[in-house]
Write a protein that binds this ligand. Structure first.
Ligand code: ARG
Length: 586
């Protein structure tokens, strides 16, 4: 029996062909829209008949019946098919088809081979984290890093070559004041131990010492002009600021499992903005307004009057001009098919204006236009809905936040498993604590504000990392007790069909993994995968409570071990795609 990886996509394609074979009017316009169904109705549901039939004043049930009748016999063998309500088509996998689907997906490589068609042959540049140098990363930087990494992994899993690009904010007027402060008050010992803290202190001093209109401010500006003009001393200082910042950021990235392919910050595009000014001016896309170079978008309700400011009156480049140069570089150098930029919602206008400008510019130059996505996320708030702060009202540093997560996880693990060696408890706490922070972010729709709650994210039940990691560890312990490895052939062959209600529910849930991956990667919203993993773990838990795995009957034991093995594979693969590490014991 042939079964393909993404059954929803498979049914979709089959219904398209069936519509044509049945001679439906304007069959090419029929979009079946097959999706994972509410399990009470079936495994997959086609919703597209209604809209199609309505637009043509046809009876939707009659349309659905014709399409279903024209489905190939081989497919009809695999499903119970029912037409429901006004014209939904529900497909429910029969037990032999369930077993046949599960059989080949026995490794992460096989799952990936199934999923890789979506973005095969494409190159995607993902611009995420992208903090400003000479400053600590704080809790606001968490989301871009965590969401961005999950998106990279989802794109890779679905076949793309992914370039992870850290677009550092490493250029701008603040470096004049920082150099001013550095030259007067740098504490080299402090710089060696806590470099970013020291740079923040020096910037603060530099800022305080250079009030508006003061001769000190003129001096700081001269430092900036020297830097921009390539003065060796100031360039070397700036380089040092970048180096120590990146080294400190790396410590955080390591903990989050992030490794960038490049760190092409704003400074990298310094010598690339002239071409942008020239091209956009020559093409008549940009115009000079009150001394500045700007782009208006007459077709847009707001941007027809709100300018996209790409060069200020003083001639300095800015965020807009470097981002334009960045888009061109990503096309020309990386041959990007897709570009994803992950920042908070407050930059929505900037990227909307940027993308509108890039579209006109590339069209005028006959460049291929990559898919452009601004992936936004909401603010991080405390449970009171206000911005998350320390008790003393300061922003929370990311490093301190991750440390606290691990400490809290250690306390919980120690309470639950006092008999474990301390080193084991520490190792577990490292995975659970950091995973809890990552997962809490990824389990919520990124567009919403992220309500930060230690209690919720560390809870052992609910849609949390500890719950999922525990489910993984629990399956590993079954295999330890069975004395077989999860990928042992003993756990790969079910000689009989799934029988009990809980076996069938779990097996059906497993077949939805591809559609969850598709949904999360198409929409660039990892929470769809999180939700799936949580539901899978819940179905597993019901199965585990109802059906003993290590029974005497070899046939029953084998098929239950197969369910355990597949659940483990999909949970581990899914959690890794979200950027989490997993454990064999907890
Ligand atoms: N440095 C910016 C910030 O901290 C984010 C940069 C995002 N990427 C970009 N190409 N503009 O907000």
């Amino acid at each position: 029996m042939h079964v393909s990886f993404n059954l929803a996509a498979d049914l979709d394609a089959a219904l398209v062909s069936a519509a044509a074979a049945a001679g439906l009017e304007e069959a090419a316009a029929f979009k079946p829209e097959v999706r994972t169904a509410d399990p009470r109705h079936g495994d997959f549901q086609a919703n597209g008949v209604l809209g199609y039939a309505k637009a043509r004043q046809l009876n939707p049930r009659a349309v659905a019946e014709k399409a279903v009748a024209a489905l190939p016999a081989s497919l009809r063998e695999n499903y119970d098919i029912a037409i429901a309500g006004p014209g939904f088509i529900n497909f429910t996998l029969r037990p032999p088809a369930l077993r046949a689907w599960l059989r080949p997906y026995d490794s992460a490589a096989h799952l990936r081979a199934g999923a890789a068609a979506a973005h095969a042959g494409q190159t995607w540049v993902v611009d995420y984290s992208s903090p400003n140098t000479a400053k600590q990363m704080h809790v606001g930087h968490l989301r871009s890093a965590v969401i961005g990494e999950a998106i990279c992994r989802l794109l890779e899993f679905t076949g793309a070559r992914v370039i992870r690009d850290n677009h550092l904010g490493d250029w701008g007027t603040q470096f004049g004041k920082l150099i001013y402060g550095y030259k007067r008050w740098a504490d080299l010992a402090a710089l060696a131990v806590e470099p970013i803290e020291e740079l923040e202190r020096l910037y603060k001093l530099g800022h305080q010492a250079t009030p508006d209109g003061s001769p000190e401010l003129d001096e700081a500006r001269r430092e900036l002009v020297k830097l921009q003009g390539g003065d060796p001393e100031n360039v070397a200082l700036w380089q040092k600021f970048s180096d120590v910042s990146l080294a400190a950021f790396r410590q955080i990235y390591d903990r989050l499992g992030i490794a960038f392919d490049c760190n092409l910050g704003e400074s990298f595009y310094n010598d690339k903005v002239e071409r942008v000014y020239r091209e956009l001016t020559d093409l008549g896309i940009a115009e000079v307004s009150e001394g500045a170079l700007v782009v208006f978008h007459p077709e847009h309700p707001r941007f027809k009057t709100q300018p996209f400011l790409m060069r200020k009156g003083d001639g300095a480049s800015n965020y807009a001009s470097t981002d334009l140069a960045t888009a061109l570089y990503r096309l020309e150098h990386f041959k990007a098919d897709g570009i994803v930029i992950v920042t908070d919602f407050r930059q929505a206008d900037h990227f909307e204006q940027l993308f509108l400008t890039v579209k006109k510019w590339f069209a005028a130059k006959s460049h291929r236009l990559p898919e452009l996505h601004h992936v936004i996320f909401g603010a991080v708030t405390g449970e009171d809905g206000k911005a998350l702060k320390t008790r003393s009202g300061d922003v929370i540093k990311l490093k301190a936040l991750l440390d606290e997560a691990v400490d809290r996880a250690f306390a919980i693990v120690s309470e639950k498993n006092p008999e474990l060696a301390e080193s084991d408890r520490r190792a577990i706490a490292g995975v659970v604590g950091v995973g809890a922070v990552q997962y809490a972010d990824l389990s919520q729709n990124r567009s919403s504000n992220y309500v930060f709650s230690w209690e919720k994210m560390l809870a052992l039940d609910g849609n949390t990392a500890p719950y999922l990691l525990y489910a993984v560890a629990r399956i590993h312990s079954i295999f330890r007790r069975a004395g077989v490895a999860p990928n042992d052939t003993l756990a790969q062959e079910a000689a009989t069909d799934f029988e009990t209600a809980t076996e069938i529910t779990l097996a059906r849930k497993l077949t939805k993994f591809p559609d969850a991956i598709r949904l999360a990667s198409d929409t660039l919203r990892p929470h769809y995968l999180s939700l799936y993993l949580f539901e899978l773990a819940s179905d597993y838990s019901s199965f585990n409570n109802a059906d003993k795995v290590l029974v005497e009957d070899p046939a029953v034991r084998a098929r239950r071990l197969m369910l355990c093995s597949r659940t483990l594979l999909m949970l581990e693969t899914g959690l890794q795609l979200l950027g989490l590490r997993t454990l064999e014991r907890m």
